[in-house]
Design a protein around this ligand. Structure first.
Ligand code: NAD
Ligand code: WQD
Length: 343
């Protein structure tokens, strides 16, 4: 298939592009590079010995998007492009709604104008909100996320439902990611956050490489197995393979129309202290840490019910926590400044 990958130069996008190329799909990446470097694509091309068509552009730019659909026979769109910093989204909510909601609506409109119906969307566990109890199941009513970022994901899921009601050919999949971490096993591509990382693993990795002094563990008095928060961490390569599984599912179901949601997670909750221990053991690096106050908006614990993806997509996360730690470290230690220095 010829797949248009928005946000394909980013963290999850670049790993997914690699998997798509390995499965002999043709890939057009469309990315405005606001949170990525084109070096990720260059490295994916080297790793796969295949080429990617790269277009620098914004999903809010209707004319540029239209041009892409006119110059390529796109069979499916995998839509990663979005702003994703949860804390920042409360400070500049309109930028999040512009990028994530208006951008997605523009993309869906241009797809419809060009009669492209296959759409795979990067959703998030955050759509389950604060009132659902883990493990999260796809049948749960979506909740009210604590951040404009999370709300933007719920809004796009709702937009997809409305598009499906108005267009009986639309074939949408919403993939609800839990907490992706790790890097490609080559250590050549990985997560490259700008500035101080918001997420746990990039922060841990930067402490290990000497860029940050110590980790702050946000709270040790939750009602969890060891007092720290629990999350469902999955290897980014497993997540990337989940997208190929979703694409294969669409291809194998020509009769399918509508929208289907799948959780992509391992089904297991891992605590912050377990992450620190596991990283130390897998990499033989010491991670100095201190216990800090709880972070506003953090839920104590959540993880996926991952059965639907297993049964229907024939996908399950197969890499271990040790793999996640070793691969994070291989990427971070080999690329201490990321793709290009941001500092
Ligand atoms: P990322 O920031 O590395 O990738 C997003 C990419 O989109 C970047 O390359 C960025 O330059 C591009 N982009 C952003 N706005 C754009 C726009 N308006 N036009 C064109 N390109 C644009 O983030 P990621 O971690 O790879 O996340 C990918 C997707 O998965 C996002 O939609 C994110 O919300 C979602 N997601 C991520 C996580 C996570 O923990 N990383 C969890 C759940 C869902
Ligand atoms: C994990 C755990 C922190 C940093 C967010 C989004 C979610 C999804 C993934 C996109 C938490 C703790 C963290 C640190 C810490 N993204 N922590 N010290 O919050 O589960 O999810 O990213 O959709 O929507 O909300 O991930 O990596 O920020 O935090 O103790 O310096 O690590 O409290 O328990 P989170 P995270």
């Amino acid at each position: 298939m010829k797949v248009l990958v928005t946000g394909g130069a980013g963290y999850i996008g670049s790993h997914t592009v690699l998997c798509l190329l390995q499965q002999d799909h043709q890939v057009v990446v469309y990315d405005n590079l606001c949170n990525a470097s084109v070096e990720s694509i260059t490295r994916v091309e080297k790793l796969t010995d295949k080429s990617v068509e790269f277009v620098e552009g914004d999903i809010r730019d209707r004319a540029a998007l239209t041009e892409v659909f006119h110059s390529h026979q796109v069979d499916a769109v995998i839509h990663f492009a979005a702003l994703k910093a949860v804390g920042e989204s409360s400070q500049i909510p309109l930028a999040y709604y512009q990028n994530n909601v208006h951008g997605s609506a523009t993309l869906l409109e241009v797809m419809a104008e060009n009669n492209v119906q296959n759409f795979i969307f990067s959703s998030s566990a955050t759509v389950y909100g604060e009132s659902n109890e883990p493990p999260y199941k796809e049948t749960m009513v979506l909740g009210q996320p604590a951040s404009p970022y999370g709300t933007s994901k719920v809004m796009v899921e709702n937009i997809m439902q409305d598009v499906a009601k108005s267009n009986d050919k639309f074939r949408g999949i919403s993939l609800r990611y839990f907490n992706p971490i790790g890097a490609h096993e080559s250590g050549q591509i990985g997560e490259d956050p700008k500035g101080i990382p918001n997420n746990l693993l990039p922060f841990v990795a930067q402490v290990a490489v000497g860029k940050r002094e110590k980790l702050s563990v946000f709270g040790d008095d939750y009602a969890t197995k060891d007092g720290s928060c629990e999350r469902d961490y999955l290897h980014v390569m497993d997540l990337a393979e989940g997208h190929v599984a979703a694409l294969n599912w669409l291809a194998s179901k020509p009769e399918f129309t509508g929208v289907e949601a799948f959780n992509l997670g391992t089904g297991t909750g891992i605590s912050v202290f377990e992450i620190v221990n596991s990283f130390e053991q897998a990499t033989e690096q010491k991670i100095p840490f201190e216990v800090a106050p709880r972070r506003q908006g953090d839920l104590p614990a959540f993880w996926a019910d991952a059965n639907k993806a297993k049964e229907q997509l024939n996908w399950q996360a197969k890499r271990s926590l040790t793999d996640m730690m070793k691969d994070t470290w291989r990427w971070q230690s080999g690329n201490p400044q990321g793709y290009v220095s941001h500092d």
